[in-house]
Design a protein around this ligand. Structure first.
Ligand code: ATP
Length: 912
């Protein structure tokens, strides 16, 4: 479609030019055809590297190049077979590297797709929700507060629409938009108030627009090349591991240089020693580590997604594992958000409402007797007003079920009105809505303005304590009367009584005026109102939330409820769920507002419930907890929650009720809006961290063993216990599969009964370095022992070529199997393998069998044996080599026993 000055013509002209209509939108067929013509509505992505490029990148490593050169030299000096095998192993390693990296990248791509934005459109006359990427020019889109604008569009309708276009124009004050404006064609982007642009967000009101440009043709697309996504963000753990890898690399290279020098001094052939040193360096540097970490993180993310938590930023996975405070909204997160009106109050009277769900079956009773609503003006006016000031709709869904569209709080009111014989559709015909002041969580009220035959009716509903402030009168069923302090007190008491019964209470008021104020605003409309009554609705606690709260408490995580609702309602539900523990208190937003930061810091650890809070309070709560050194997860859904979501260590946005703005600011999206999902994600976060730790510790301890065995032999004046190809082979079979299998190890039973990991805790903290050294030394000692036994120890050492070959084979067998057995030691850091179960990780068992089988094949199948320069080892020697390898399990058990004893002593030491 030719790009035009869409802002300089009327919306009708735009629709005609783009062949669309306000009521029908595009037909599905037309949308499909335009989509194939104009392409997906998405910014072009950075192209991925091709397979060959990726493979080539694997060979760019300095040491690998050195190894290949060495192989070339070997070939030149007549050791062609060796050279071939080295090259073969190096290539195999590179291919495995590419496979791992590809898996990691694919998993990351899948993540990006999961969080894809949605758009509301009219297609073939029906409202639909589609992936924003499926929009085409001519589509009619609906936008409302909190939405991120999916494509450039000319407005057709705008209701107090304000858009934050700072992403595009840099202007941070949201501008009021107007569909009816027609602007000069040279108006600047920031002045085009009848247009909305992709990537900007709606901060107030709602609107309808026709898509004019999509994808790279949007204004955002035009500057997208400037914004081309930065490199994938590394998680803090990945960064620390990179640093660790570098340190280990430097250490390994230094040791290998030592091996070379000592070997040469010991009269080994310099070229042989050079090849040994380089192979050793290649084997010792944990080059597969970054890919393994990414895979483990990404797999964790996939598991979280299958449990309804979508991770938007990878670092959140590990932060989740150390979360120590979870601040959660109440409505819909801790409760089911399936509202049912249970009580009505009009001054002096209290009514019960029966019935369940959205069915209109149910009655209104007063003191046990049915109430005839049509002849009860006080009740019918209360419910009519609440139904008018209402955006929810009921419709017949599949199988005769009634479906509710909109906010459950409002839906429940429509149902209660139906029970009283009031039909919203008929009401709206009688009093069509002409203006509205939408609900805001700061103001906690909303108002609609309706045209009556000879006057205007303003209907307001909202939090009773706020609403009562704007009321000056009340309706007694016949006439309006002034609202005095005594009645105000009675209304407040009725509100508290209902709230204490865990009901969510809304107040309802109205005002009839003969003329509308010149400007419709909160101040001009919401004043001097007539109080009609209160509506109390039940929102049961989610049963799974109570279980999740228990899990939090046993995991040393503090659950905190933050809600816009009344304190008494919040406390009643928090008690039900176990969030209010003995000694904890509830405070309101107003009380919080009166506290200084220092006072809040003092109090924060005792407050379990914050009620009637405004979104900005959430930022203060997060900050206070963080100043206490805690790692805070915070939920949010509205536009105003974005700062708190950003500030928290883990911002969790609601998937169902959340706005695009909240989702954009969050690290994680809860697709089911459920508190239990956060706790499940924390658990997964802990598992991921543990598993990365297991893989890394395994790799590091094995590498220490490999270097030390060669180093020690040379220091002791023995011949080389492993040839370069042996070292490379060892690296190939022990590093890849077992380390990856440890990365998906099933969690230990008590993972949610430990305290959260401290923020600064690392994969090598908590005495791990010492333990790994013990493990590395043990592997080396066992390998060396096997080598010595092969040479005839404890008797006279026989250094003949044949014996040497045998001894090297034994050493390789012991080294490879001890590392394969050793992988099982990491199934638990301090728990015995026999308690956590040696076979519980089938992948690890598979890796053991696969790698073990490969090792046996190259040892016993003669052509393979010849390839790897191995001798014939069988009978007692094979038995010795394998027995020595199994000792690694005993080493693991003893080390853990020691650690457990130490832990026990420390604990008793601190409690005494
Ligand atoms: P949470 O933050 O736990 O989700 P909440 O949903 O109760 O809490 P808000 O949606 O900010 O918080 O609501 C705050 C108060 O505003 C409610 O207690 C209620 O009195 C009032 N309120 C909520 N929804 C509406 C609505 N649709 N119309 C008018 N008033 C409302």
């Amino acid at each position: 479609m030719e790009s035009k000055s869409w802002h300089a013509i009327t919306s009708g002209e735009v629709m005609a030019a783009l062949g669309s209509s306000r009521t029908m939108g595009l037909s599905d067929e037309e949308a499909r055809s335009r989509l194939s013509r104009y392409g997906r509505n998405a910014l072009a992505e950075v192209k991925r590297r091709g397979l060959l490029q990726e493979l080539a990148a694997q060979f760019k490593e300095f040491l690998v190049i050195l190894l290949l050169i060495s192989a070339g030299i070997s070939a030149a000096v007549g050791e062609g077979e060796d050279a071939l095998i080295i090259a073969g192993i190096v290539i195999l390693n590179a291919v495995l590297g590419v496979i791992q990296e590809r898996r990691a990248e694919n998993a990351l791509d899948a993540l990006k797709k999961m969080a894809s934005p949605k758009a509301r459109v009219i297609r073939s006359g029906q409202p639909r929700v589609v992936d924003a990427s499926q929009l085409a020019p001519g589509d009619i889109i609906l936008i409302e507060v909190g939405d991120s604008i999916p494509a450039d569009a000319r407005l057709i309708e705008s209701g107090m629409l304000r858009v934050d276009a700072s992403a595009l124009t840099g202007e941070s004050v949201p501008a009021e938009q107007s569909a009816s404006a027609i602007l000069p064609s040279d108006a600047s982007l920031g002045d085009r108030v009848n247009m909305v642009y992709a990537g900007c967000s709606v901060v107030y009101g709602r609107g309808m627009g026709i898509v004019t440009e999509t994808g790279m043709s949007t204004e955002m697309g035009k500057i997208a090349s400037l914004l081309q996504e930065a490199d994938e963000e590394l998680t803090p753990l990945q960064r620390r591991l990179e640093a660790l890898g570098r340190k280990l690399g430097v250490g390994a290279v230094a040791l290998c240089a030592g091996v070379f020098v000592v070997g040469v001094l010991r009269h080994e052939r310099p070229f042989d020693m050079f090849l040994t040193a380089v192979s050793l360096a290649v084997a010792a540097i944990p080059e597969g580590l970054p890919a393994i970490v990414t895979i483990v993180l990404a797999l964790g993310v996939q598991r979280m997604a299958s449990r309804n938590a979508i991770i938007r930023r990878l670092p959140a996975v590990e932060t989740l594992g150390s979360a120590s405070v979870i601040c959660s909204d109440k409505t819909g997160t801790l409760t089911t958000n399936q509202m049912t009106v249970r009580r009505l109050y009009v001054p002096g009277r209290l009514l019960e409402v029966t019935g369940e769900g959205y069915s209109s079956e149910g009655r209104l009773t007063e003191a046990g007797r049915d109430v005839d609503c049509p002849s009860d003006p006080a009740i019918s006016r209360l419910l009519s007003c609440a139904a008018l000031c209402n955006d929810a709709r009921l419709r017949n869904g599949d199988g005769g079920r009634i479906e509710m569209l909109g906010d459950p709080t409002e839906g429940s009111i429509i149902v209660a009105a139906m029970k009283a014989g009031i039909d919203k559709a008929r009401l709206v015909e009688w009093a069509p809505r002409i203006e509205e002041l939408p609900f805001e969580s700061d103001r906690k009220r909303m108002t609609t303005v309706h045209r009556l035959p000879e006057a205007y009716l303003c209907c307001t509903k909202g939090a009773p304590d706020e609403l009562i402030r704007v009321c000056a009168k009340w309706f007694d069923g016949t006439e309006t009367r002034p609202l005095d302090d005594q009645l105000r007190g009675e209304i407040r008491a009725a509100n508290v009584e209902m709230a204490e019964g865990a009901l969510r209470v809304l107040g309802v008021a109205q005002r009839e005026v003969s003329d509308l104020p010149p400007e419709i605003s909160v101040e001009s409309v919401e004043s001097d109102m007539v109080f009609l009554g209160l509506v109390g609705m039940q929102d049961p606690a989610r049963p799974e939330a109570a279980i999740a709260v228990k899990e939090c408490l046993s995991a040393g995580i503090t659950p905190v409820m933050i809600t816009g609702d009344h304190k008494a309602t919040a406390v009643a539900i928090a008690r039900d769920l176990g969030i209010m523990t003995p000694g904890s208190v509830a405070i309101t937003g107003a009380e919080l507002g009166a506290m200084s930061d220092a006072e809040l810091d003092e109090a924060v650890e005792h407050v379990s419930v914050y009620a009637r809070v405004a979104p900005e309070h959430k930022v203060r709560i997060v900050d206070a907890w963080r100043r206490r050194g805690q790692v805070v997860a915070m939920t949010g859904d509205g536009v105003n929650d974005a700062p708190a979501l950003k500030r928290a260590d883990i911002g969790a946005a609601m998937g169902i009720t959340g706005t695009d703005v909240a989702k954009g600011a969050a690290d994680m999206i809860l697709t089911d809006d459920n508190f239990a999902t956060i706790v499940a994600a924390v658990r997964e976060g802990r598992v991921v961290f543990e598993n990365i730790k297991k893989s890394v510790q395994y790799l590091v301890s094995c590498n220490i063993g490999e270097i030390l065995v060669v180093f020690a032999a040379i220091i002791l004046g023995l011949p080389r216990p492993l040839l370069p190809i042996h070292i490379l082979w060892l690296n190939l079979i022990t590093d890849g599969l077992p380390a990856l299998a440890l990365g998906v190890d099933p969690p230990e039973a008590g993972i949610m009964s430990r305290r959260p990991r401290a923020r600064q805790d690392d994969v090598l903290s908590g005495g791990a370095a010492v333990r790994l050294l013990v493990y590395g030394l043990s592997i080396a000692a066992l390998g060396l022992l096997s080598f010595a036994v092969g040479l005839g120890w404890p008797g006279e050492l026989d250094l003949s070529a044949e014996r040497l070959l045998e001894a090297q084979t034994m050493c390789l067998l012991t080294m490879s199997f001890s590392q394969l057995f050793h992988a099982f030691n990491f199934r638990s850091e301090t728990g015995s393998l026999f308690r956590v179960g040696p076979f519980a990780n089938s992948k690890l068992v598979g890796a053991f069998l696969g790698s073990g089988l490969l090792q046996l094949v190259v040892t016993f199948v003669p052509p393979a044996r010849r390839f790897l320069d191995l001798g014939d080892v069988h009978g007692a020697k094979l038995f010795d080599a394998l027995t020595l390898a199994v000792i690694m399990i005993a080493v693991g058990e003893l080390t853990k026993l020691f650690a457990r004893t130490q832990e026990f002593r420390d604990r008793n030491g601190t409690t005494n």
